[in-house]
Design a protein around this ligand. Sequence first.
Ligand SMILES: Nc1ncnc2c1ncn2[C@@H]1O[C@H](COP(=O)(O)OP(=O)(O)O)[C@@H](O)[C@H]1O
Ligand SMILES: [Mg+2]
Length: 293
Amino acid sequence: MEINFVTGKGGVGKSAVAAALALRRARAGFRTILVELGDQSYFRDYLDLKEVQYRPQAIKIGGVQFDLAQWSGQECLKDYALHILKIESLYRLFFENAVSRALVNVAPALPELSILGKITSGPPRNVGPKLPYDVIVVDAYASGHFMALLNAPAGLAAAVKFGPMGEQVRSIDSVLHDQEICHFYVVTLPEELPVVEGLELAHNINKRLQIKPKLLLNRCLFFEEELLTELEQENSAADHLPSFSKYLLELNLRQRLMQDRLLKSGYSTETLPWVLSFDTKNVLEKLSQELKI
Ligand SMILES: Nc1ncnc2c1ncn2[C@@H]1O[C@H](COP(=O)(O)OP(=O)(O)O)[C@@H](O)[C@H]1O
Ligand SMILES: [Mg+2]
């Protein structure tokens, strides 16, 4: 079992990278599921689907099939509770009333814990309904919200020391700490702010779990030496004008600076190209080929 969490600042390409990674694993023959967190599906529009639900559905990109699902805290909790209570009417008695619903919504970290419980419910924990996958790729929350997700078990473990609930929480936390199972990817862009925020997030994950995330510098447009020389010549010929070639040269330089900063950070770093296509499936195909993970 392999669980991959893809996180980063908003808009840096988390969803695209997560889908590309799922595609890559599925192509290699692994039973793979791509999981979106939260209440609204991004992939519904992105992949032009009718709906994305809690129950996984098979999708196909370039002839390769994998499952896609969207998991919210409420649904993960219901799934688990139903598995234990077995009977829907019993579930409703306990959970589908105003009091317990309010409780579930305000109980700190319970939605986050339910999501992590579901994600980690396969081997080695083997709890709840079967999760028949070799690989889970989680298109996870952005920076701060992601840390709240990771911190949920530790907070609850401190509060619930004993009993089955405490045991569950601790077993979830131990899977999160297992580097053989859990892998973390922080996506960033070759720009100042996303890089600073990406590095901070990577430090926080490392501090929390003692696992070093991998940094993915997304949407880079590096030029060949030949083109750079050409641009430089063009630029010096027109240095009285704010030329496009000058812009491209600066872009290239800035990307290199950001790449250097990531490489020096001590985290393993990978660069992904800016795929110049409006066809989203093309973007995913190309990124899945470029990924080295
Ligand atoms: N390497 C890339 N090349 C081209 N387009 C990309 C790349 N990475 C992301 N995109 C596009 O940028 C947009 C934002 O990416 P998205 O994955 O939605 O970011 P996030 O999930 O972090 O908010 C999407 O339209 C996506 O297709
Ligand atoms: Mg997204």
